[in-house]
Design a protein around this ligand. Structure first.
Ligand SMILES: [Zn+2]
Length: 162
């Protein structure tokens, strides 16, 4: 690693946190408040700079730079290699949306996603028509962003290994 790349990494880190505390402030305040409401005994960890905590609800969600994971698969599972990994990476896709959309994230992603996930009429629609939860634009876009992000990381890592 060169001095120049170390400086670039530091600059990227500073830029990331400046964006999180300005451009993404609204959803991060909501995420932080929710994060603090979850009992402290529930495991939490940092995943690619996002704060992750398990909760007792049957679904997972992202809010800004905060991710809330269902403990349906067991809280003690190793999140980065266990059954929860696809869910964790999907939710990380929502954190990427938050970075891209900033203050529009709540209006364009969080609210429509909550309606699509939670309203009984949409649950019935998905069940009766056999429609995937992930076909809704908020969800399919999160999957695409997450896929691109982790693929790029893997390819950067493989280039460094050579
Ligand atoms: Zn989602």
């Amino acid at each position: 690693m060169t001095i120049r790349s170390i400086h670039m990494n530091k600059l990227r880190n500073v830029g990331f946190w400046v964006l999180q505390t300005t451009w993404c402030l609204l959803q991060n305040i909501a995420g932080a408040l929710l994060f603090l409401c979850i009992p402290k005994h529930r495991p939490c960890f940092v995943y690619h700079k996002a704060f992750v905590r398990y909760w007792s609800l049957s679904y997972s969600m992202g809010m800004g730079n905060f991710i809330f994971l269902t403990d349906t698969f067991g809280r003690d599972a190793d999140a980065e290699s266990g059954k929860i990994l696809p869910t964790l990476q999907h939710e990380y896709g929502h954190t990427r949306q938050s970075l891209l959309l900033g203050p529009l994230y709540v209006l364009l992603i969080a609210l429509p996603s909550a309606v699509w996930c939670g309203l009984p009429c949409f649950r019935r629609y998905r069940k009766n028509k056999k429609v995937s939860y992930y076909c809704f634009y908020t969800e399919s876009w999160a999957n695409r962003l997450s896929g691109k992000y982790f693929k790029r990381l893997l390819s950067n890592w493989q280039q460094k290994e050579k």
